[in-house]
Design a protein around this ligand. Structure first.
Ligand code: S3P
Length: 165
């Protein structure tokens, strides 16, 4: 296999963690959730990090944790929605593995995220979220591969395996 790592990027609620777990299981690779790692290191939830230390601090920490995770071999790494839209982070991921953009439509994002209140960014207005979605799409589109997420997670995982081979 040419790549030792797969990075999943995309907007909130695009299924990065669910698909990542499926993919890791199918490949018998380890699964790492970057948000979980940041929370473990900080000893608090992302919501608390945003509230107590601010968004800029969180962005700095997620980039630092990514710099450690890019060294893991045979790993599927799911990232938070902001990381794949950070050009420095995206370039780093592209140098270390296959970067897959899991594309979710804005309507599907709203539908899937409507009951998940702990994401700090969901406090934004609909207009602000739409703007963020459109801005981020331009950067996500620089990933190696682009996959639409309307299919079942296991089918998407199989498609990623085909790209890897
Ligand atoms: C964020 C997405 C979240 C989490 C944080 C910020 C973002 O991850 O990293 O709340 O900027 O889009 P998910 O994409 O897993 O929701």
């Amino acid at each position: 296999m040419k790549f030792k790592r797969v990075f999943l990027i995309g907007f909130m609620c695009s299924g990065k963690s669910t698909i990542g777990k499926e993919l890791a299981k199918s490949l018998s690779w380890k699964f790492c959730d970057l948000d979980e790692e940041v929370q473990k290191e900080e000893g608090m939830s992302i919501k608390e990090i945003f509230e107590l230390k601010g968004e800029d601090y969180f962005r700095k920490r997620e980039l630092e944790v990514l710099k450690l995770l890019v060294l893991e071999d045979n790993a599927v790494i799911s990232t938070g929605g902001g990381l794949g839209a950070n050009k420095e982070a995206l370039e780093l991921m592209k140098r270390h593995g296959l970067v897959v953009w899991l594309d979710v439509s804005f309507d599907a994002f709203l539908q899937r995220c409507k009951d998940v209140q702990e994401r700090p960014l969901l406090k934004k207005s609909l207009g602000e979220l739409k703007k963020l979605y459109q801005e981020r799409k331009k950067i996500y589109s620089q990933a190696h591969a682009h996959i639409d997420t309307t299919d079942e997670p296991n089918k998407i995982a199989q498609r990623i395996i085909q790209i890897l081979q």
